[in-house]
Write a protein that binds this ligand. Structure first.
Ligand code: FMN
Length: 369
């Protein structure tokens, strides 16, 4: 390996946030929290990564306290005394290992289906109403609903600070609620929350401002966004660097400290005419630190593994990643599946034990290790 691997193991500092390494655990829903409460197994899952070279853990998506925030079984809540007590155990275990951790605050929006826990009669909530066979399957959010959801994010952020989390990540990506407002494909509103991209960003801006007001100036806010949607992998919010700059400026001014730029393959140029990826452009345009993500250390991208497949993603070279990190194209590197299957991925990379790194297959999703 020619590009020095040490770049991944340098500390990172932003205000009060000090990370021991540049390796970030990407948020990954695991559905191992029955009743929405992270249990001892979940505590151990995160502790192991913090003990083995991961500088920052972004937890799996954890739902804010709104009746329609959840979309899947056994997803941990980030509201209610029982769930917060579970997270408190996670925080303490990660800190005892010298690691840092932020919860990924999540509302699934219109992806929620009738029949989902906790209240099966609650439909999805989204920017625009959807009716199927005479039934409302997605409730179009009123101004009062918007205010309620924003308040739920602010409360979750306040709770995160109270239990000692090191910041929060707001999930604004992948076609969930915040991204549904961003995306013209899901936002057909004619009020002040719909229209052009700046107007469709109003919901996110108000939400970020409310979170900032809840946690004060020094508590890090990470914002995750993506061009692609789970509903349409080819969707794009912006077509040019100028559009990206205008979009991010609004979010940045609202109070974001770090942008988490979700792509499926980190090496893909975001726009023609430059090698920069989405995290590279975002860093350049906003002047804020960025996290890159997408197939780090693996030879296949993640969505092909979310459908039934017996494919195996094999360990892949980090050369290109390290070159970009060394050039400071981005500041931090999020790793998903490689860390899901192998808690020791980071130390194996650090110690040049590539031969010991485990491949990823869907089998790994069946248990927490
Ligand atoms: C099992 C699984 C669950 C995921 N859950 C989430 C999630 O809750 N929130 C999120 O923003 N991304 C989620 N993702 C996307 C990952 O954070 C990451 O962006 C993606 O896996 C690409 O990184 P990788 O190629 O290193 O796996 C998930 C990915 C996987 C594999």
């Amino acid at each position: 390996m020619t590009a020095p691997v040490q770049a991944l193991f340098q500390p990172f500092r932003l205000g009060n946030l000090e990370l021991p390494t540049r390796v970030v655990m990407a948020p990954m829903t695991r559905s191992f929290s029955p009743g929405g409460v992270p249990n001892a197994q979940v505590v151990e899952y995160y502790r192991r990564r913090a003990a083995a070279g991961v500088g920052l853990i972004v937890t799996e998506g954890t739902t804010v306290g709104h009746k329609a925030s959840n979309g899947y079984p056994h997803v941990p809540r980030f509201h209610g005394a029982d769930a917060l007590a579970g997270w408190q155990q996670v925080v303490d275990a990660v800190h005892a290992e010298g690691g840092k951790i932020v919860p990924q605050l999540w509302h699934v929006g219109n992806v929620r289906k009738l029949g989902t826990e906790p209240d099966a009669s609650v439909p999805g909530y989204g920017p625009s109403e959807k009716v199927k066979d005479g039934n409302v399957v997605v409730h179009g959010m009123t101004k009062a609903d918007i205010d309620e959801v924003i308040a739920a994010f602010a409360q979750a952020a306040r709770d995160a600070k109270a239990i000692g989390m090191d910041g929060v990540e707001i999930h604004g990506a992948h076609g969930y609620l915040i991204d549904q407002f961003f995306w013209a494909g899901s936002n057909q509103r004619s009020d002040e929350y719909g229209g052009d991209l700046a107007q469709r960003s109003r919901f996110a801006i108000e939400l970020i401002q409310a979170v900032r007001a809840a946690v004060g100036p020094d508590f890090p806010i990470i914002f995750r966004f993506s061009q692609w949607k789970q509903q349409d992998y080819t969707a794009r919010l912006v077509q040019t660097p100028e559009e990206l700059g205008a979009f991010l400026k609004l979010l940045s001014e609202a109070g974001v400290d770090i942008f988490h730029c979700s792509t499926r393959r980190f090496w893909e140029p975001e726009f023609e005419g430059s090698d920069l990826n989405l995290a590279g452009w975002t860093r350049q345009l906003t002047g804020k630190p960025t996290i890159t993500v997408g197939s780090v250390g693996l030879d296949g991208e993640f969505l092909q593994f979310m459908v039934n497949t017996d494919k195996v993603a094999e360990p892949a070279s980090l050369e290109n990643l390290l070159e970009r990190l060394n050039k400071q194209e981005f500041d931090l590197v999020a790793v998903g599946r490689a860390l899901l299957v192998d808690p020791d991925w980071a130390v194996k990379v650090r110690d040049n034990r590539e031969q010991d790194i485990l491949p990823f297959s869907r089998e790994a999703l069946k248990q927490l290790v």
